[in-house]
Design a protein around this ligand. Structure first.
Ligand SMILES: [Zn+2]
Length: 215
């Protein structure tokens, strides 16, 4: 099974016990060059399949996009156990709130740019973030009804920005049945731990942009 989510969980548990050194070791256990290479190869296969050099979204600008209720997003992620539903992938994903909290604690190891600049935002955000997928996309008449929603890793979701779903032809698997919730179960305690790390008199942590992680 993919070990990266386990390493991220170890990093989170280490931060909860104020052991930044152990958290750093866990993050360094991730083979980042291999992750970058895998993403590049994946994107190359997608482009070869789609052949739409100008990009799919630009061909269908803003067609009928609808907002999705937060409750429906959460219910979808929980139903799918935060696991990518595409059969070729089935990756366990990690909630973006958790990645942001790790970035806040260890910005040198897990950098993040607020606008996801590719060079400044860590490859984990592009590959393991939990994302909401519409089975039938908006340009093809899809809606934000819960029946049209599923969980995808960001890497798979991003591919559909460039190649139509009917060309990709990806099969969808059933929701996962194991207990994996994208590390969301640690968010309240992680927020507290980071807040105390950033309290006056404490050392370490990133004092910038803490407020946006606490809401
Ligand atoms: Zn995926």
């Amino acid at each position: 099974m993919d070990g990266i989510p386990n390493l991220l969980e170890r990093a989170v548990l280490s931060l909860l016990s104020s052991d930044q050194a152990q958290a750093r070791r866990a993050l360094r256990g991730i083979d980042f060059p291999a992750l970058c290479k895998a993403r590049l190869e994946f994107r190359s296969r997608i482009w070869a399949k789609g052949g739409l050099a100008s990009g799919y979204k630009s061909l269908h600008p803003g067609t009928g996009r609808q907002s999705t209720r937060r409750a429906d997003i959460r219910a979808t992620f929980e139903r799918d156990r935060y696991t990518c539903r595409y059969l070729h992938c089935r990756r366990r994903t990690v909630a973006i709130e958790v990645l942001k909290l790790i970035s806040h604690s260890l910005p040198d190891l897990l950098p993040r740019h607020s606008n996801w600049q590719p060079v400044e935002t860590h490859i984990l955000y592009w590959t393991y973030t939990t994302s909401l997928e519409h089975i039938v996309p908006f340009p093809a008449g899809g809606t934000s009804n819960r029946q049209n929603l599923l969980t995808a890793c960001y890497m798979c979701n991003d591919a559909k920005n460039y190649v139509p779903h009917d060309i990709l032809g990806w099969d969808i698997g059933p929701p996962a049945e194991y207990c994996w919730f994208g590390l969301t179960e640690y968010i309240p305690e992680l927020r507290k731990a980071i807040k105390s790390l950033n309290s006056p008199g404490s050392e370490g942590g990133n004092h910038n942009s803490l407020s946006d992680l606490m809401s």
